[in-house]
Design a protein around this ligand. Structure first.
Ligand code: F6R
Length: 244
């Protein structure tokens, strides 16, 4: 795993945006794998700025998001579809019908998950996948457990994740406890992966990830150590526990 440590959150975001810009420049039909949460907001802001000021062109790109809360429709302000529209899609020239966020209202998550993976495959596969990392080491909503899902489907959120994400909701009781999430295999098939981490709250999990040199389903992000093209971009605070 290549690691880039930046002085600040802004520099982390710009570095990630640089990589997106380069990859889209190399392949205007790039398939983007996208994440939600606090961490990628600065990257999306920077991509929007580059679209407006420099004409960064998304017109032929497609996108697939990692996950969506079960029970929330796309127009719910807490849904990840809404998040993506607000932070990115509404401000760039990607065709809305080429943007995919799992359907939180699907009645058959298993069949839906298979269809989602198939759609990714048929689009040519994800060229660049953006990830955040949970404080418990999850990627997408693949939570620490004895076994990890390979394919996209229904997952239960851990108590830690529900607590971590309560900041976006009225109260912890309002946080959905299930999601449709891309599986570990679906993520690992991406050609290139960028994982972002910012702030003190991620320092412990990054030190576990980078100091360990072993894969464990207790920290799902460790599986990224097996992928040939992963770049971790993190700020100094998030990196502060590594090598200690
Ligand atoms: C979001 C996602 C999650 C987040 C992770 C970190 O689509 O799949 O894995 O990336 O929970 O969230 P933040 O960035 O809010 O700390």
């Amino acid at each position: 795993m290549k690691t880039i440590v930046t002085k600040s959150y802004d520099e982390m975001s710009k570095t990630a945006a640089d990589m997106f810009e380069t990859e889209i420049g190399n392949n205007p039909e790039l398939v983007l794998g996208l994440a939600t949460g606090s961490t990628p907001i600065g990257t999306y802001k920077e991509l929007v700025r580059r679209h407006i000021e420099k004409g960064l062109d998304f017109s032929r790109t497609k996108s697939f998001n990692l996950d969506e809360y079960v029970g929330l429709s796309g127009d719910n302000p807490n849904s990840y579809r809404h998040f993506m529209n607000e932070h990115l899609f509404n401000h760039i020239n990607i065709e809305k019908e080429n943007t995919h966020v799992p359907d939180g209202l699907t009645e058959n998550p298993e069949a839906y998950g298979k269809k989602y993976d198939q759609m990714i495959l048929e689009s040519g596969g994800i060229g660049i996948q953006l990830l955040g990392i949970g404080s418990n080491g999850h990627i997408a909503f693949n939570e620490p457990d004895e076994e990890l899902p390979v394919e996209t489907g229904l997952v239960e959120l851990s108590e830690q994740t529900v607590e971590d994400n309560a900041r976006f909701f009225q109260s912890v009781e309002h946080v959905p406890t299930q999601a449709i999430s891309m599986g570990m295999g679906s993520i690992m098939k991406a050609e290139k992966i960028i994982i972002l981490a910012s702030g003190e709250g991620k320092s412990e999990v990054l030190s576990e990830l980078l100091n360990r040199g072993k894969v464990t389903s207790r920290i799902p992000a460790t599986f990224l150590l097996l992928h040939p093209d992963v770049t971790l971009i993190c700020d100094e605070e998030a990196y502060s526990g590594v090598n200690r």
